[in-house]
Structure formats: C-alpha cells, structure tokens
Design a binder for this molecule. Sequence first.
Ligand code: URA
Length: 424
Amino acid sequence: MDAIEVIRAKRDGSELTTAQIDWVIAAYTRGDVADEQMSALAMAILLNGMNRREIADWTQAMIRSGERMDWSGLDRPTADKHSTGGVGDKITLPLAPLVAACGAYVPQLSGRGLGHTGGTLDKLESIPGWRESLSNEQMLHVLRAAGAVICAAGSGLAPADRKLYALRDVTGTVESIPLIASSIMSKKIAEGTGSLVLDVKVGSGAFMKTPESARELAETMVALGTDAGVRTVALLTAMDRPLGLAVGNALEVEESVEVLAGGGPADVVELTVRLAREMLEAAGVSGKDPEDALRDGSAMDAWRRMITAQGGDPDATLPRAAETMTVAAPASGVLAALDAYAVGLAAWRLGAGRARKEDPVSPGAAVTLHAKPGDAVREGQPLLTLHTDEPERFERALEALEGGYAVGASAQELLPLVIDRVTP
Ligand code: URA
C-alpha cells in the first residue's frame, strides 16, 4: 500500500477499507507516512466524512498503536467521564472524588486547555506540589489510596492520536466529527475504564455549536464505546454561558472545593451530581447517593487523599493574580446574556490559557462572574472581575468581552443545563 493511494481514495469520496486504515495509522505512527500526507488525508476525511465502520476501524487502529491499560485486578468497577471542553468546566475536579466516595474507582486521564477552553491538568497544577505525570504503578497506588486519580496520559497510550492531534491542530482539521470521536474514544478505550459518561458540550463556548451536531458526535462516540465493550452514555449539556462563577485555573479549583464542602454555584452542583449518578449507574454501583457524599464530607475526604497522594497540599493557599479590573453593569435591568466564548476568550487573553501546547499558563489569571444570565443587576454594580499578572493584557480581554454581555428587560433564551441523554 502507499499513502497516495489512500489519500486519493478518500479525496474521491470512497470508503477506506479496514486494511487501508490499519496500514495508514501504523505507518504514520512509525514515521513511514509523512506529516504532509497525513494532513492531506485528515483534510479529505474532514471534507468527505467516514461511515461508522471506517470510524470504528480508525479508532481501533489508533488504540493498537500503543498500550491498553487494564484495571481488572481492582475489587470494584471503574467509571470515567469525558467532557468535550468548555468555559468554567471544572466538573472533573469535584466529580472524580465524589464518584470514588460512592463506591466506583475513577482512573481519569485528562488533558490541557487549548485556546479558549480550560484543561483539567492546568487547573490542578495550580495546587503546590501536585504532579500530573504518573507511571501506571503510581496510578494504581493513588487509585487504591483515594479511589480516584486524575493525571496525564503517558506517551505509550494511543501515540497515533498524539501525533495526529498535534497535526490537526495546525492544519485546520480539528472540527471533523469522525476525527474528534475517534481521537477521544481511542484514548478512553485504551485507558481501560469499564464505563464512560460523555459530557458533550453545546453552544458558543463548545466545539459543537448546535444540539444537532452535538447529538451526532455523542451518538458516534456512544456507538464506538459500546462496540469496544465499554458501557457508554452521553449527556448533551449547555455551554452557551460559562459554568459556575469562576473561569481560570486556581479560582476554578477553589470553586470545586466549595462544591466538595457542600456549597458552590447551583449549576456546578447540579451537573456534578447528575454526572455522578450517570457514572454510578453505568458502572452498576448502587448504595450511596452523591448528594449524601457531598453532605457527609466523604467526597471531600477522597479529594484530600487524591491530591495528597499526587504530591499536592490540599490546604495550600492557591496563587492569586497581581492585578484586577472590574467590569460594571452598563444599565439596570436583567443580565440578558453572558456569552461563554467571549468569557473564555477574555480569560485566555488574561493568561489562563495558552496559544501553543508548550506555553505556560498563569494559575491566577481568570474572569469571575458576579451575576449569571437572568439575574437582576443595577447600573454600575460589578458584573465581572478580570484577574491577571500582566496589566497590559486587560485591553485585549475587554475587547473579547465586547458584545459578549447585555443588560435588558429579560433574559435571552438559554439552553437547558442538560439538553439530552444519548444511550446505545
Ligand atoms: N479532544 C480530543 O482528545 N480530540 C479531539 O479531536 C478533540 C477534542
């Protein structure tokens, strides 16, 4: 086989055979198919799509490019959650220890933020001492100690996806449902979880802007997981406005700890509890209800054990940005809209996100919300606080927010927090 033949087949709208897919992924991983050839193939896939069989073959080939983790030696079922990414989406932080406190093991491999969306590892790294990089033995040790572990995927897991994702990022080929679904699911299946709940975000702050495209992505991923023997369900959830009141690394950790302490913003609590119930049901674990585990402190205990076992100090004071600026309500009325993308872009420009994978992030950079859409506001009251270490960043953050919020007589229509549920 040769790469040009495979590229031409997809360029001309043909189905790729299982043999072609197996060959091209293995050859690309070895370095025998060049980046420019894989870019051309990714663009042909973005433009012409893949059917379910091709997507399943592509996913399996990426899994086979590396190791597959195995948690079958554990004495309780495993469950994981994956979010397709959003603004203020810190749900993994309270969710993993919460589900552990209710009786399932949570082996979670997480990622970093890119662009306007935040990443779980960036948030947790604002805790002094916390380590994201663990060997498989260390992961097992943390799982046994705390019931949950959140860390980076090692280089041996789906290396084909690692290479391909970096390439897609710089060739305009991220936004393809077959490529997104196979990328996410190859890592989650290789991670070895027994059950998986997908949180597919919908709205301006998400990859998928409409419920229809999000449903197509969710159905594709649920089918891939189910066919691979992972009990998989998906929720479509709102990302037209930010989740919670904090958007930024250290402040999102603080908000997560508030949830674990039995408080926190209503939307973060509702989604955390809902996803926890879905994970426990998918794992077949019943007994303790997540609301009870938040109330009785057992979820907080699991969090503290997990952070400590990964070298972090759960009592440490987290970094704060040196400078703040307040954005005031321009009129009295109701906060009619607060756009997730605008707030995410502002937080990114303040230093919370990175432009390139290797850039550092500022733990204290953030946007905090003082009102949510639908709340009554008075002219001049603080709507948002911007946090940064570099005051020259304020201007570009303010530009990002232009047109991103409005005060009016009533709130614009919002998506329901949980829009839909997709099962096999
Ligand atoms: N996250 C991934 O892991 N892969 C994608 O393609 C998109 C989001």
